[in-house]
Design a protein around this ligand. Sequence first.
Ligand code: SAM
Ligand code: SF4
Length: 364
Amino acid sequence: MTSAVDNILQKKHINKEDIQFLLSLATVDSERLFHYAHEVKTSQVGRKVFFRGLIEYSNICTKNCFYCGIRKDNKRYLRYTLNDEEVIEAARYAYDNNFASIVIQSGEQSSKAFTSTIEILLNRIHLETKGKLHVTLSLGEQTQDTYKRWYEAGAHRYLLRIEVSNPELYAKLHPNDLRHTHKARLEALALLRKTGYQVGTGVMIGLPFQTISDLADDLCFFRDFDVDMVGMGPYVEHEDTPLWEYRNVIPSVANRVDLSIKMVAILRIIMPDINIAATTAMQTLDSKGREKAIFAGANVIMPNLTPVKYRDNYLLYENKPNVKDQPDETRKSLEKHIRAAGDEIGYGEWGDSRHFGKRITNNE
Ligand code: SAM
Ligand code: SF4
């Protein structure tokens, strides 16, 4: 006898209503969904997980998102920016250890000094690793010219989370001003696509005021926008942010983890060939969170390569894990977790989004 879950999984087009049904499944009934997503992952992108060494370049941010620990108005953290040598050293560690890719992430800044330094760093990384280290940027909203300059200096992928696809919910989570608009976020994603990047986006899961219908819309948004990569994970509260006062109206930790893994599984099924990250926030709320995400369809992981002395000042949320771990410890522990999930690490491989490859070929 086929179950309601099987009936949905066998459909050619899984619609919003189906997604809402899957997101609402009780934990025992989710197993079928997770196993199916695992089969899709195995057949479509294989059992390899790709490393993207994460460099948290600066915690200086000009924005004030209501959920984020490094928002401009939070005075608790010492603000820092890595110097060029620290960035190059982290990039070299990634290169020497066969990670093949890094991510440079930062609070949002758009000064000339900032955009030029990133450009110089990209050129240096390209030169020093003979073009073999792929670079993903996650540096927020920038002008078309900046995106272009960084692309030409060697960045290949860009991550810009839409945060939530519902514009009304977006407005509740950000200050009501021109620096924080949903429209600008959408336009930035379109610009990135136009510039030639592999485009990644994502959302937070379990936010105050967010509904199951919103989350289903988020998954439909990824499909409609035809993204190449997604990084999404649970919202984790932070005491020094305006959203802290709503900490009692969000789903429990267990429910946020459960919802996040379901989101990964459903996304793998509806977009079988994209790259999906097992994010740090999943690990923050559940020590097995990343393994669960890998089983359910994730194929990218971001080991933290930020020099340890800065990490206490890049706390987007409470209880961020592994802030004291040196890169070697992180690498070994991730290797163990990935093998425990039955996968292997794609050392020395860029692990580009297969979806991107097909998108480019079809457009030629
Ligand atoms: N500043 C850039 C931006 O916002 O696109 C990149 C860095 S920002 C710290 C990266 C991501 O952190 C954001 O897109 C957001 O989804 C996530 N983040 C911030 N605060 C969070 C929280 N409290 N819980 C979970 N994720 C959070
Ligand atoms: Fe700044 Fe990004 Fe945090 Fe918003 S999410 S406050 S842009 S670092």
